[in-house]
Write a protein that binds this ligand. Structure first.
Ligand code: NAP
Length: 305
């Protein structure tokens, strides 16, 4: 059995990937604050800021694939804590690229639409020029470069990522500084009968984490190399996405208040077009889930809780 080591095994993506991959691979990984305790998957506590400890663990395990899901991805926190953000999102990834090369392990690193400025009129393709407009986006771009210097490695970008976390990690704090993912936050507010303000003027290609995990596994199985976007075909505003999600889950759509980004008054600018074009990955034989399939899956997962 080939070995996968997931850095950030308690992340939304890492936990889904571990569950998906464990039947065909030997899966292990590291966490800092959130240990997902997945049966048949060993997890080790590692602060990735301590690079020598990371190197020692990876050298002992010598995995075929290293998947890095670690990031500080609270955009507002990143703007105010730039040293720590650069350390985790960029400097660590540079060190990790060297370690994976020395072990001859394939590195799969995850990135974001935030490397773009959001001004393009159509979805972004992999070759589009980058131009990050906030510090999170800048550090995600800096992280991509050392990974792609090795032609064996893969970087997969996603736009808005959402999903239902399994119960062991559902309410634990994370060093990603993100209290919850957007979808889960939204569903929980509506379940608590709270009104939520949702922006109408930002478009994205939201992907459920379970499908993102499938795309990561596909990249391993098809030996993909280089840069890919992972995104379903639906391009949708946050507001319309939330309306559809609420409708599918039978939640009260009247609690969703439409606002513009300006009215919401966020401190940090993010682009208006966060849509990614994933035709490059689709051509390798990967079929993304539809938004309806994703909503059915999340409904089932909420029911299992
Ligand atoms: N969420 C989105 O909407 C979105 C959108 C575009 C791109 N992305 C990218 O997709 C990837 C996965 O995102 P996600 O939402 O699945 O991640 P997530 O759930 O927010 O988790 C991030 C992970 O980073 C780990 N981490 C951060 N600092 C660490 C440190 N010092 N030491 C050890 N671990 C540390 C966390 O560990 P602990 O939890 O154990 O502390 C956690 O496992 C990231 O690269 C992110 O930038 C996410």
């Amino acid at each position: 059995m080939k070995k996968i080591f997931i850095l950030g095994i308690g992340s939304l993506t890492g936990s889904k990937l571990a569950i998906l991959a464990k039947t065909s691979y030997h899966v292990s990984g590291s966490y800092n604050l959130r240990d997902p305790q997945i049966p048949d998957v060993s997890s080790t506590k590692l602060d990735i800021a301590e690079i020598e400890k990371v190197k020692k663990s990876l050298t002992e395990i010598h995995p075929d694939f290293i998947v890095n899901t670690c990031a500080i991805n609270n955009v507002d926190y990143c703007e105010k804590n730039q040293d720590m953000t650069k350390k985790i999102n960029a400097d660590f990834v540079s060190d990790l690229s060297k370690i994976s090369k020395s072990l001859d392990s394939k590195l799969i690193h995850l990135s974001s639409d935030s490397v773009f400025d959001g001004t393009k009129k159509t979805p972004y393709i992999e070759d589009d020029p980058t131009n990050p407009i906030n510090y999170y986006g800048l550090t995600k771009l800096l992280g991509e470069k050392p990974v792609l210097e090795n032609p064996e490695n893969v970087v997969i970008r996603v736009s808005v990522l959402y999903g239902w976390l399994h119960k062991q990690i559902s309410n634990l704090q994370s060093s990603s500084m993100k209290p919850s993912n957007f979808g889960k936050w939204f569903i929980e507010r509506l379940m608590a009968n709270e009104k939520v303000k949702i922006i109408t003027d930002e478009y994205s290609t939201p992907i459920i984490a379970d499908d993102f995990a499938r795309a990561i596994l596909h990249s391993m199985e098809k030996s993909l190399k280089g840069l890919y976007h992972a995104a379903p075909h639906t391009q949708i505003s946050r507001y319309d996405f939330c309306q559809k999600l609420a409708q599918n889950l039978g939640l009260n759509q009247e609690l969703i208040i439409p606002v513009t980004s300006k009215e919401l008054g966020r401190d940090v600018v993010t682009g208006f077009n966060k849509c990614l074009d994933s035709n490059k990955m689709a051509k390798t034989g990967f079929q993304f889930m539809t938004i309806e399939e994703s909503f059915s899956l999340i409904k089932k997962q909420i029911g299992e809780k």
